[in-house]
Design a binder for this molecule. Structure first.
Ligand code: DAH
Length: 339
């Protein structure tokens, strides 16, 4: 008797139903009114007293196994039915598409382009792999000029030198080769420096270069354009130009904007001065025009260059430049709302 129950338990445990009908047949056979379980319970009174306990326990195990199996199979069959129903329902809404977000460097680059395109600047690009002429020499940075030391880079070939461009100023020379004044162009792009990587510096970063050449361009035009830019880009209306040196401009200046000292962050990012350096600029050196076959007695112009990462770090309070290149989605997703 006991062996029979044990056998039945094994049978129940091994059972699998593929349809509701199969499951119903199983239910009726084992736990239905006239099913095996009830028959066994009816036998109970015939079992010898000393075996009653063991037999009773086996019966309970059998009952639990059968009922458990029925519930388990029922749930499985219902899930499967639900799945195939929803696949057949063509009116069901589609799974939402997971959209990415624009990279903060692209966001800021597009904002800068947008501001300058409103005053007639077009966008131009140049190669990232450059020759010595376009990156240095044509920009009034001859071979033994000490200012070259500030922009060490990665060399692909030597004599003649082929290198990764150190600034987008190289696009100035390329653009002037192929276009005659009036020139109003903005050149965004990736640049490279042989520098130690830290929270503030990287061997790869991005710049935007501006070049404006026409007859009678003055320093006042440059200053007014920069003021327009800082108002549109940052909502700040105070700038100052500090004398500086760049080989390709004369005179040259660094542009600072007055950020203010209202919050603790203002103190931190301006080092307590309220002023922030955002770009370099100047009047295009006559030698640069000459190198591009543009007559410096007839034309003059201004140029400027700024780092995109630096501006993005300011605008979004990003503490470490390396975060731009790690592509951690937790960082990138924070810019979803800005596009
Ligand atoms: N090329 C400079 C740099 O990478 C930035 C710069 C300064 C660009 C002055 C200019 C300029 O066009 O006029 O540091």
């Amino acid at each position: 008797m006991l062996d029979k129950v044990k056998e039945l338990i094994g049978e129940v445990n091994d059972f699998k139903a593929t349809t509701k009908e199969e499951l119903e047949t199983f239910r009726i056979k084992y736990v239905g009114k006239k099913g095996i379980l009830n028959d066994l319970f009816a036998e109970f009174k015939n079992v010898a007293n000393d075996q009653k306990k063991e037999f009773g326990q086996a019966l309970n195990t059998f009952k639990n196994a059968a009922e458990g199996k029925i519930n388990e199979m029922k749930a499985l069959l219902e899930d499967a039915a639900l799945e195939s129903d929803s696949l057949n329902d063509l009116t069901r809404p589609a799974e939402p598409l997971k959209l990415g977000s624009r990279h903060p460097i692209s966001i800021v680059k597009n904002q800068i382009i947008d501001v300058f395109s409103r005053i007639g600047f077009t966008v131009s690009e140049g190669p990232e792999i450059e020759d010595d002429w376009h990156n240095f020499t044509a920009l009034n940075l001859p071979e033994y000029h000490p200012a070259r030391d500030m922009q060490d880079t990665f060399f692909i070939e030597q004599n003649p030198d082929i290198l990764l461009r150190t600034h987008t100023s190289s696009v100035q020379t390329r653009y002037m080769e192929n276009n005659q004044p009036p020139i109003r162009t903005l050149s965004p792009g990736r640049v490279f420096r042989n520098e130690d990587i830290s929270a503030r510096a990287h061997c790869i970063f991005h710049q935007v270069e501006g070049l404006y050449i026409d007859t009678d361009v003055s320093f006042a035009d440059l200053k007014q354009t920069l003021l327009y830019f800082t108002q549109e880009m940052f909502g700040k209306s105070k700038i100052r130009l500090r004398p500086s040196y760049f080989p390709f401009t004369e005179p040259s200046a660094e542009v600072d904007i007055y950020w203010g000292l209202e919050t603790e962050t203002d103190y931190k990012i301006t080092k307590g001065t309220g002023w922030l350096e955002i770009m370099g600029c100047g009047m295009v050196d006559p030698n640069v025009l000459k190198n591009a076959n543009i007559d410096p007695t007839k034309y003059s112009g201004y140029a400027f260059g700024m780092g995109i990462e630096r501006i993005a770090m300011l605008l979004y309070q990003i503490p470490d430049i390396r975060m731009f290149y790690e592509n951690d989605v937790r960082f990138l997703e924070q810019f979803k709302a800005i596009n």
